[in-house]
Design a binder for this molecule. Structure first.
Ligand code: C2E
Ligand code: CA
Ligand code: CA
Length: 430
C-alpha cells in the first residue's frame, strides 16, 4: 500500500479532479522507467460519456468525472501495494500507473475490478448515471520510454472503445488470459476457505482525546497461491459473483473473533457486515450463535454496516441489528458521507457510531465548505447521541482536525496500517 499521494509529484494537477495531469503522469512514468522499475499501466476510457454530457450538460459531466477520479484513487489506495499514480490524461480518459511487483494475471485482475467499480451507478442530482468503461493494459518492458508507452496505450484504447464484448485489451497484442477466468477464481475461493488462505488483518483504532488504542477493525485478505495477496474489495466481488458471500463472511467472522480472543478487555473488535449478510432472514440468529460459540464478549463487538444495507430492506435490517444490539453489540454506520447520507436511516436504525468516509476527512483542512458540512454532520451526530469515528486519517493535520471538531475516535495510515493478528496483539499489550 502506498502512502504516496498523487499530488506529491504532480505539480500540474487537473483542477477538476485533483488528479495528476497528463504531463505530470508522463514525467513520472519516464522517471520510473528510467530507474528500471517494473511499471504496470492501465488507460481507461469512458464509453457513453459524451452522450451523458450532451443529455445532462457539462455540470453533470463534471460531477461524474469527479466521482470517477475518487473511485480510481480509492481503488488504487486500497488495492495496490507499491507506489502508484492516478491521472486524468484527457477529457474522459484516466491513467493508472503502478510499480506493482505483480504478475500479468494479477494486473489484469486488478484492472477488471477497477472497471467494475467504475461501472457501478453514480448518484448525481440529475439522476443515476451509468458509465461503460474500457481499458488498455500494459506492462513496461526494457527499452520503453514514456512516449512509446502512452502511445501504445492510446492506440489500444481506441480499439477497446470500439468493442462491446471486451472491456480490457492488452497493448502488447496478447489476448487477455483465460486461465484467470471468473469461474476459476470462484472455484479457487472455495478451496481458499479450506486451505486457510484467507487471513484477517486488524487496523488499530485510537481515541481522539488521548491517542489511546481503543480497538481494531477486522479486514480480510486472500493470500492466493499464484496471484499473491488479493484485497478485501476484490475478494468480496469474487464471492458475490459466486454466491459465496455468506460462507466467506462467516469464515472471516470466526477467524476475526478467534484472533481477538486474547486482546486486553478494554479493546473493541469491529466486524464489517455486508448487505448480503444482513439480507439473510436468519442473520441475527446465526451470527448471534457464532459470537456465543467464539466466547468473545458480545458487548466488545461493533458491527459496521453501510448505507447499501439499508437500500435493500430497512425494516428487516433494523430488526436484525436491533436483535444483535440487544445482545450487547454496537452498530456503526460505515462510509458515512460517501453516498446519499439519507438522514432518515439514522432514525430507523439502532446506531451507536457514525464512521465518516475518508473522503469527508481528505480535503477538509483546506476547504471552508467541506468543513461546514463536517461540522453539520458532527452536530447532528451529537444530537442523536452517536459517537463519530474518523477514517482514513493520513496526516497530523487531519488527526488534529478530527479531534478538535469532536470526533471521538480515529483510524488511518497516520498511526497504523492494517496488521496481522500477532502484530496487533503485540501493539495491544504495549
Ligand atoms: P472499509 O470498511 O471502509 O475499510 C477501511 C478501508 O480503508 C480498508 O481497506 C483500510 O485498509 C483502508 N484504510 C484505512 N486507513 C486508511 C488511510 O489512512 N488511508 C487510506 N487511503 N485507506 C485507509 P480494505 O481493507 O482494502 O477494505 C476495503 C473495504 O472492503 C472495506 O472498507 C470493507 O467495506 C470491505 N471489507 C474489508 N474486509 C472485510 C470483511 O472482512 N468483511 C466485509 N464484509 N467487508 C470487508
Ligand atoms: Ca468498515
Ligand atoms: Ca469505511
Amino acid at each position: 500500500m502506498s502512502a504516496m499521494h498523487p499530488d506529491h509529484f504532480a505539480a500540474k494537477s487537473d483542477p477538476l479532479t485533483g488528479l495528476a495531469g497528463r504531463e505530470a503522469a508522463a514525467a513520472r512514468l519516464g522517471e520510473w522507467l528510467g530507474h528500471g522499475e517494473k511499471v504496470h499501466a492501465l488507460l481507461i476510457g469512458l464509453r457513453r460519456f459524451d452522450a451523458l454530457n450532451l443529455a445532462y450538460g457539462t455540470a453533470a459531466g463534471d460531477m461524474v468525472l469527479g466521482e470517477v477520479a475518487q473511485r480510481l484513487k480509492h481503488f488504487a489506495a486500497d488495492e495496490l501495494e507499491g507506489a502508484w499514480l492516478a491521472a486524468r490524461s484527457g477529457g474522459d480518459e484516466f491513467l493508472l500507473l503502478a510499480t506493482e511487483p505483480c504478475s500479468r494475471e494479477r494486473w489484469q485482475l486488478a484492472a477488471g475490478q477497477l472497471l467494475e467499480a467504475l461501472a457501478r451507478p453514480i448518484a448525481t442530482s440529475w439522476g443515476t448515471m451509468r458509465l461503460s468503461p474500457r481499458g488498455a493494459l500494459l506492462r513496461g518492458i526494457e527499452g520503453d520510454n514514456a512516449a512509446t508507452v502512452l502511445d501504445r496505450l492510446g492506440q489500444t484504447l481506441d480499439q477497446a472503445m470500439g468493442q462491446s464484448a471486451r472491456r480490457l485489451v492488452w497493448a502488447d497484442g496478447e489476448a487477455t488470459r483465460s486461465g484467470l477466468s471468473a469461474a476459476q477464481l470462484e472455484a479457487d475461493l472455495l478451496h481458499a476457505l479450506d486451505r486457510g488462505e484467507i487471513e484477517v488483518f486488524y487496523q488499530p483504532q485510537f481515541s481522539c482525546r488521548d491517542d489511546r488504542l481503543t480497538g481494531g477493525e477486522a479486514l480480510a485478505r486472500w493470500n492466493h497461491p499464484s496471484l499473491g495477496r488479493i484485497g478485501a474489495g476484490a475478494l468480496f466481488a469474487i464471492a458475490e459473483r459466486a454466491d459465496h458471500v455468506a460462507q466467506l463472511s462467516q469464515h472471516i467472522a470466526r477467524l476475526a473473533l478467534q484472533g481477538a480472543r486474547d486482546w486486553p478487555m478494554d479493546l473493541r473488535l469491529s466486524l464489517n457486515v455486508t448487505p448480503n449478510d444482513l439480507a439473510s432472514p436468519a442473520f441475527a440468529l446465526d451470527f448471534g450463535a457464532l459470537v456465543k460459540r467464539s466466547k468473545f464478549p458480545a458487548w466488545r463487538l461493533t458491527l459496521e454496516v453501510t448505507e447499501q444495507v439499508l437500500l435493500a430492506d430497512v425494516a428487516h435490517a433494523s430488526l436484525a441489528l436491533g436483535e444483535l444490539a440487544r445482545q450487547g453489540m454496537r452498530i456503526a454506520l460505515d462510509d458515512f458521507g460517501a453516498g446519499f447520507c439519507n438522514f432518515r436511516y439514522l432514525k430507523l436504525l439502532p446506531l451507536h457510531y457514525l464512521k465518516l468516509d475518508r473522503s469527508m476527512i481528505e480535503g477538509v483542512a483546506g476547504d471552508a465548505r467541506d468543513l461546514a458540512v463536517l461540522r453539520a454532520i458532527l452536530a447532528m451526530a451529537g444530537a442523536l447521541d452517536l459517537k463519530v469515528i474518523a477514517e482514513g486519517v493520513e496526516n497530523e493535520a487531519q488527526r488534529a482536525l478530527a479531534a478538535s471538531e469532536g470526533c471521538a475516535f480515529y483510524q488511518g495510515f497516520l498511526r497504523a496500517q492494517p496488521m496481522g493478528a500477532a502484530e496487533f496483539l503485540e501493539l495491544a499489550r504495549g
